[in-house]
Design a protein around this ligand. Structure first.
Ligand code: KG4
Ligand code: ZN
Length: 321
């Protein structure tokens, strides 16, 4: 069964066809319009999706061989509502026109399940660290559709912290890859930034961001590269410590990374040093893409689930709800 997946929840217009043999096409258009504002402007994102959705979907279908898919999946939330509506409506219209099933997909579940597209893929149950621009959460993924939230951020998401630090340093947007690149040339031990430790297995990055700002305003701040390296080391320490604690608590020995921050070089190295079996998707599968939506939709369809054509978007949809 071939599924077309459409993703427009933030600033990527993405479409992909996934079949039994895996990803047949994967087309991502990243919107450049937000760079001058230092962050995503929701209204501009929605308009840019409207402009690109047609060519992106057509390219994904053509690269997959041009056949009509057997179903269409789309992100229904969480995300920027105006942006989500573009891909969601397009997907419904295509499903209606072709007379094939439509599947509404949770964006975070798409991220969470994306490591299953790789070879080797983690078997259930596994720990899943979903770290993106809008979310930071640690789950015990027991089976398809059953995800236990072990911890989440109590304030900023990890990606948001990267983006804010990049803005403080005037590096540009999106900040994560730019901080990552500059950090590679800096000393991670130069500045001792805090490693906040809220309750449960939760995360907190807003104090760390404030500490970076205070350091930059101090009399003798370290170089930008050292600040980036020290900040990145603090974030990765916080993430990895929670993964180790979750493994000890649950007894789960497999961990999978997902979400844009999973493209971070240091996190991708460190996750392999925890004594667990780590599954790290290729970078292009960490940031927003259509393949993760097509794949999640396909798994649900194979499990006998699809959505009504008159269902609505779910801007604050929780994973597993
Ligand atoms: O999953 P994603 O593409 O979109 C959301 O669902 O939010 O994640 C985007 C986030 C941004 O905050 C971006 O700065 C961050 O992922 N990111 C990174 C890296 N690449 C992307 N953060 C750290 N290091 C990277 N290499
Ligand atoms: Zn995402």
């Amino acid at each position: 069964m071939r599924v077309l997946g459409i993703e427009t929840s933030c600033d990527e217009t993405a479409a992909s066809v996934v079949g039994p043999a895996g990803v047949l096409s994967d087309v991502v258009h990243s919107q450049a319009v937000h760079a001058e504002f230092g962050g995503v402007v929701p209204e501009l994102a929605a308009r840019a999706h409207v402009e690109k959705i047609g060519v992106v979907v057509r390219a994904a279908l053509e690269r997959a061989g041009g056949q009509r898919p057997d179903a269409v999946a789309a992100t229904a939330g969480p995300g920027l509502i105006g942006a989500v509506l573009v891909g969601f409506s397009a997907a419904k219209a295509l499903a209606a026109g072709w007379g094939v099933p439509f599947i509404a997909v949770n964006h975070l579940e798409g991220h969470l399940l994306s490591p299953l597209l790789d070879d080797p893929a983690p078997c259930f149950p596994f720990l899943s660290l979903v770290v993106s621009g809008g979310h930071t959460a640690l789950y015990a993924a027991h089976e398809l559709g059953r995800y236990e939230l072990l911890g989440e951020t109590v304030d900023d998401a990890a990606g948001e912290a990267f983006d804010k630090v990049a803005r403080m340093l005037d590096l540009g947007y999106p900040g994560g890859p730019l901080v990552d690149r500059l950090a590679a040339t800096g000393n991670p031990d130069e500045v001792a930034f805090p490693r906040p430790r809220p309750g449960r297995l939760d995360f907190s990055f807003s104090g760390l961001k404030t500490a970076v700002r205070a350091h930059l305003l101090s009399a003798q701040p370290a170089s930008d590269a050292d600040v980036c390296a020290s900040f990145q080391a603090a974030v990765v320490d916080c993430l990895c410590r929670r993964v180790s604690e979750a493994a000890a608590l649950t007894g789960l020995r497999r961990v999978a990374l997902a979400g844009g921050v999973a493209a971070n070089g240091l996190l991708r190295q460190r996750i392999h040093t925890l004594g667990l079996e780590a599954f790290v998707p290729p970078r292009s599968r960490c940031t927003d893409n259509g393949a993760m939506i097509a794949h999640a939709g396909r798994l649900h369809l194979l499990a006998g689930r699809s959505s009504d054509l008159d269902c609505g978007v779910r801007p604050a949809w929780q994973v597993g709800a």
